[in-house]
Design a protein around this ligand. Sequence first.
Ligand code: ATP
Length: 424
Amino acid sequence: MRLHIAIDDTDSPDGMCTTYLGALLYRELSKVAEPVDLPRLIRLNPNIPYKTRGNGAVVMTFEADEETIPEIKDTVLSYVKELSDFEHENTNPGVVFLEGEVPDKLREFSLKALREHVTIGEAEKVARIVGAEYFKFKLGRGVIGSLAAIGYPLEKFTYELLAYREPENFGTPRRVNEESVFSADRWAYPFSYDNVDPYKRSVLITPHGKDPVLVGIRGVDRAKVLQVFEMVKFGEPFAFYQLYKTNQNTDDHLTPKKIGELRLYDSAVVRGRVASPYWERGRHVFFELEDETGKIRVAAFEPTKKFRNWVRKLLPGDEIIAAGGVKEHEGVLTLNLEKFYPVKLVSKVEYQKPRCPKCGGTMKSKGDYLKCKRCGYKMPKKLIAVEVPRDLERKIYEVPPDARKHLSRPLVLQGGEDKILELL
Ligand code: ATP
């Protein structure tokens, strides 16, 4: 009998990680049942507010003898009870079991949880319809992610290897040799990516919180991911590691939409015209984008760093394709930019002083007059319109790796441009 097991919402910023619990369970359950594949780390809607970090749920599938299934379920529930961070008010674990094939109805629910907002009630209703067994702890919000993870059609996927720390090191700075990460990355890039930020010269594989993860190594080639892990030198022992299959870096979250259709927590790609000059507040850069159905505020927030310079070059009237998540910022619906592509740019005109008609010298403004710096010739101030280069190329611009959503596909990977180019 095929048995799908999913867990979600077991952790908090104070500790734990659902993948850690998942990895422990995968090891334990593999002693009594046959794993059908690697465990899967499924990232769902990145814009929902309840997430601890990256809105990830864990799912695994086994072929199990009918008589061992009750024992498997007991093991899962007792691990969740023992290891979840129940103290934290925002930790609301949910566990889901499904026997047999995954029905289409569950696939639909999963894609909704990836791209929109769903309620606990909706998840429970779907679970009952498809015959999934679910367990809620506290509010049990985790049933949403768990159910969606089981239904997820993982057609495109990447890998992430997660190595975990010894418990006595939880909460202390991670000891990983930075130079070894750079050299492993040089060797494996782009088959393994996001290991370092080459511009900031920083290491990206180590998280910074109190969670048990020592490093996370991503890639499209599982052998390269494992080899990067072997090449990295650690200054502390790791307890164990687990390779996950994941929908990270697939752009699966993005759906083409009209601006008028955008709702809070959607992830979408839209095409429109820049409707205002940019403005800045608190180092965030904003502008408005409109199409025939409506207008939305677009933001490149401070953590997107140099990406904001490209956004500042946009002018009213420019036609662009923009991808991102819809969130509320200061009470206003805002598209949080992940990528954009300038489709058609208006010409940029600057008004410049003419050269001196008498001697060709440089003119200086004197009130309503221009005066030649060289020969002193005076004339009424009449500026000339000059078209200047726009400094934006016909290419897709993306946020830097440390500001990128887990689901967002880096442009360096094959298919990283597809979701944008679909709207051309
Ligand atoms: P970590 O990445 O460390 O596992 P997390 O960022 O995944 O943490 P969770 O603690 O799992 O965060 O919290 C996310 C919560 O949001 C879960 O309860 C999950 O069921 C729920 N959720 C997931 N997708 C949606 C959605 N589309 N609409 C509403 N709730 C959702």
